[in-house]
Design a protein around this ligand. Structure first.
Ligand SMILES: Cc1cc2nc3c(=O)[nH]c(=O)nc-3n(C[C@H](O)[C@H](O)[C@H](O)COP(=O)(O)OP(=O)(O)OC[C@H]3O[C@@H](n4cnc5c(N)ncnc54)[C@H](O)[C@@H]3O)c2cc1C
Length: 394
């Protein structure tokens, strides 16, 4: 009969895989219970199929949760350099961009999943697919240690589920209310539908209860329901948190942020060639759909001749186009979830539950969420590593 410690990991996603590898390296008997037919579907879909796997600059200020310092110990223990060496050991090399974001050198998320699963299997990790765990007690009875690595309910089509919270509640854990983050925003104004499909490099400013909170530059993509794009995802955490608390959330879009307002007025006037109507003047600055919708919103006839007063009015709208945010586009479309198992009930050094000695947590199921840029995977790796180290030592 085997005498080595047995570990059950619920969830074969990012943190579950790393935790399994680290436990198996110490010759523990590891079983992964994964409800999908394959492991780590979120890794496969991440970073538009490229997987922004980590970031060279990791600190607690990149994270949100009731206690953002909760991440500090794990991130110090398993910082970027250590992670890079760790994955190079099983053949996964990284490409580090100037802004600190790291990607697999292959530029393919597939290689991350493939190499991690292959390596885990070579170390003897037992993968049980299509095994959704809904009760903790049978595993507590059978295994020496159990890791809840189920992630959050974000992106249910990729395995997102609330199961981890239910399992944690079985032994008395508290769940900090969850809300979607890194998510698209739905807007009140029906005119956005007319702009659907337009993508531009703009600037978005978030207002909560009419107070300016944050301005972010980057891609903005208009959709049938509202707005998407990297700048919107970046601003979505604060917006979603405020919406959860029933606050009034608005965004103001600057569609031509690189040109100062006075300069833009004079450029418009300069483009006011004799035979040109207003719509033709604007076509030189923004996509036609935007020009038409903007004039409709301002109730200006597109065939009108431009004058300075009109130019100022148009520039003001182009650079401060305000929309009311009604809701986020929901968990189904979100990259991550805020909230989760309360960090007050987990030891930050070991990820061990303070409610049950055999129980551990890692990854997004915990009340920790990072900003965009590889920070969520960084947390998954670091927390999975800490849990494994503690289980091996236990
Ligand atoms: C589209 C998309 C793109 C993203 N891009 C990035 C990116 O580029 N960089 C970044 O840092 N982060 C990114 N993220 C976030 C990142 O994917 C997550 O933060 C990370 O995967 C969390 O890791 P985890 O191991 O906690 O959970 P997951 O990776 O979600 O793994 C949880 C696993 O548990 C399984 N599971 C759930 N419930 C059960 C159950 N009851 N029984 C058995 N198995 C169960 C699930 O099927 C899943 O395989 C992205 C997310 C999405 C949705």
């Amino acid at each position: 009969m085997s005498t080595s410690k047995s570990v059950a990991i619920i969830g074969g996603g990012a943190c579950g895989l790393l935790c399994a590898i680290e436990c198996a390296k110490a010759s523990l008997e590891v079983t992964i219970f994964e409800k999908n037919t394959k492991a780590a579907k979120k890794i496969l879909a991440s970073g538009n199929g490229r997987c922004n796997i980590s970031n060279t600059t990791l600190s607690s200020s990149d994270y949100f949760g009731e206690d953002s310092n909760f991440v500090s110990y794990a991130l110090e223990e398993f910082g970027f350099k250590k992670f890079q060496n760790y994955v190079e050991n099983f053949g996964l090399f990284l490409d580090i961009k100037e802004d600190g974001k790291a990607y697999p050198l292959s530029n393919e998320a597939k290689s991350v999943t493939h190499l991690m699963v292959m390596y885990a299997q070579s170390l003897g990790v037992n993968f049980l697919y299509e095994q959704r765990v809904t009760k903790l007690q049978p595993l507590l009875d059978k295994f020496d240690a159990i890791v809840i690595a189920t992630g959050s309910q974000a992106a249910s089509h990729l395995g997102g589920s609330e199961d981890g919270y239910t399992l944690a509640q079985e032994v008395g854990h508290t769940i900090v209310p969850t809300y979607p983050t890194l998510v698209q925003l739905e807007l009140q104004e029906s005119c956005v539908k007319k702009l659907a499909g337009i993508k531009l490099a703009g600037e978005v400013t978030l207002f909560i209860n009419n107070k300016k909170e944050q301005t972010i530059s980057g891609d903005i993509l208009f959709t049938n329901y509202g707005v998407s794009g990297l700048a919107i995802l970046d601003i979505s955490h604060l917006a979603s948190e405020a919406l959860k608390d029933y606050q009034v959330v608005d965004i103001s879009l600057n569609l031509l942020p690189k040109i100062a307002p006075q300069k833009l007025v004079s450029l418009l006037m300069q483009n006011n060639i004799n035979s040109f109507t207003l719509i033709e003047v604007l076509a030189g600055f923004v996509p036609l759909k935007i020009a038409k919708t903007l004039l409709e919103e301002l109730q200006i006839n597109p065939t009108t001749k431009l004058n300075t007063k009109l130019a100022k009015k148009i520039v003001n709208k182009l650079q401060n186009w305000k929309f009311e945010v009604t809701q986020t586009h929901g968990f189904r479309h979100a990259e991550a979830s805020a909230g989760g198992v309360s960090t007050k009930e987990i030891d930050p050094k070991t990820m061990n539950s303070k409610k049950h000695p055999k129980l551990y947590f890692c990854g997004e199921v915990i009340d920790v969420v990072g900003r965009r840029g590889g920070f969520n995977f960084a947390w998954a790796w670091a927390s999975g590593y800490s849990a494994a180290k503690a289980i091996v030592k236990q």
